[in-house]
Design a binder for this molecule. Sequence first.
Ligand SMILES: NC(=O)c1ccc[n+]([C@@H]2O[C@H](COP(=O)([O-])OP(=O)(O)OC[C@H]3O[C@@H](n4cnc5c(N)ncnc54)[C@H](OP(=O)(O)O)[C@@H]3O)[C@@H](O)[C@H]2O)c1
Length: 367
Amino acid sequence: MTNIFMQEALALAAQGVALASPNPMVGAVIVTDGVVVGRGSYRYAGVTHAEILALREAGEQARGGTMYVSLEPHAHTGRTTPCTDAIIAAGIVKIVAASLDPNPLVAGAGFTQLREAGIVVEIASEFQAEAEKLNEAFFHFMRTGRPLVMLKSALTLDGKIAAPEDNTGWITSERARAHVQLLRHASDAIVTGIGTALADDPLLTDRLGTPRTRPLLRVVLDSTLRLPLESKLVKSAQGDLIVVATTAASAERRRALEARGVEVKTLDGPRGRVDIRDVVSMLGERCCLSVMIEAGSKVNWAALESGAVDKVFLYYAPKILGGVQSLPMAGGTGRLRRADAIVLERTQLHVIPPDEFAVEAYVRRDA
Ligand SMILES: NC(=O)c1ccc[n+]([C@@H]2O[C@H](COP(=O)([O-])OP(=O)(O)OC[C@H]3O[C@@H](n4cnc5c(N)ncnc54)[C@H](OP(=O)(O)O)[C@@H]3O)[C@@H](O)[C@H]2O)c1
């Protein structure tokens, strides 16, 4: 039975995509005498935690019950009072949790308090990987202090992202692009380069059509502020567009962009360009847990080379462009020896019927 109830708790947690950040997604289910008597799913804007919502729904029926929760309940006072206190007061006798909270303010303290109050605490280790994957950006942020950076690209089978002449239309299908919208929806920020902004005039918005707590923050790396004032990005700016330049950018361009509601930041980096690692840190300071890079060849390589990229999501179309002039996914100088290649691990294949697939993989960090 644990399976069914924990699966429901995880499904409730997953309802928090784009709604729980910068906090983790959490779902809770209370079961008394084999019957579900309370359910909760956390939303940042709603403030109240999943455990409390489930307790409220259960009322007196919570007494003697078991709570299945996707993440360890917290024992400290933050925006809310400790969930552990409420769980103890409600007479819950057993907690089954899928993962430990990596937040140093929690990190086992929730379980300790519950055990000290006589509550049985069990870790459903068979669900741990799924629970951590669901909240991977939150876990990453808590462990490293930095957002999880994902590089997404749409490629031909031979690894090209753009053709030298006619670049209209898409490489991948509508189905693959719908999948990308899910990734955008789950991200707090999206980063592109001025090369892409000029070539494609993209909007870079979340068009999934389901609510999100905070707008998707759109970021353009543009050392000298070449972004046209009439671009779709600028025209659609509503406090959600940051253009990052270097000190080489003109004050006049800056003022023109700012007058249209664009925020302009200066972050000098190597070779007279924007410092990508600093961009990621800046987004972390704004409580972005997850950052998606959807850029061209130059920014893709610069981001990989800087060590800022944590994972990739590469969509492959069954096409071959060939030619040395077609842009590769990652340009620049690349690594000059095979032995120095950037290595990925934990590779997962996503099949996109009928003929496409995506590769999700994590950059290996050598100890
Ligand atoms: N298939 C796909 O998934 C996909 C996705 C996106 C784009 N594209 C294609 O990619 C092509 C554009 O590629 P691209 O390489 O020209 O553009 P890009 O990588 O998007 O942008 C490159 C520009 O970004 C600026 N930049 C600022 N900081 C940088 C840094 N630290 N490192 C590198 N660049 C930095 C530089 O211009 P400044 O020196 O002026 O700052 C640079 O020229 C277009 O044809 C587009 O259609 C394809």
